[in-house]
Design a protein around this ligand. Sequence first.
Ligand code: ZN
Ligand code: ZN
Length: 256
Amino acid sequence: MKVVAFLKRFLRLHVFNPEWSCSVCGEENFDGGFVCKKCEQNLPYNDKIVCEHCGRKTEIREEYCVTCKENMVSVDKARSVFSYEGTIRKLITIFKYDNARYLAEYFGDKMTLLYLKNCFNADGLIYVPMEEKAERKRGYNQSRLLAERISSKTEVPIFECLEKTKKTLRQARLNRKDRLKNLEGAFKVKKRKILKDKTVVIIDDVTTTGATAEVIAKALKKSGAKLVYLLTVASTPAFNIANKNKQRDRRKNGTI
Ligand SMILES: [Zn+2]
Ligand SMILES: [Zn+2]
């Protein structure tokens, strides 16, 4: 099975040009895009009602949704291109775990448009770093690829001032207390001078709990950054997180 997976991956990366087939349905696609027109129309764009602060899809327009009120106080504003549901989950998974680095171009261009639309006007972009060993294993850092693409389009430089010094567990499965504990001391700010009174944008693939961005934004502000924004490919809808939290609390209290 491993051999088949390897061959498939090898063929996709080295023999077939990713621009010849749709990354969602796999059908032939010769218009130069990574996603065919039909699939593009069905992607869950996050362009309807969103929380003013964290940019998550919400059911009613609100200034702060239930999730960001407690999780994202140091981030001044966040926006994401897609809602993290449906086919976009598959695309992000292959982008992160299956070497589909070419999707950085596709996602990065959409993030650039959103960056401009929201007038982020930043002095620098900061990607979420990976721990050295983890990055070596994957062979790339998807957040850096996104930041490089956005930087090449907007001419906003990348600030190499953050480093991940500790391996962390996946955030989504932990409760708030464990999340913060998991992230404690995970990121280190270097070259503080570059941040003084600057507006920066954190670039990442998905906003799930928002805790990672919060920890990073807090550290950046402590190091002198004036405004910290967050731009991601996708974010979990606010009500999904609220429901999950409720379920977890009920489980904890023994009511389910
Ligand atoms: Zn398609
Ligand atoms: Zn919110």
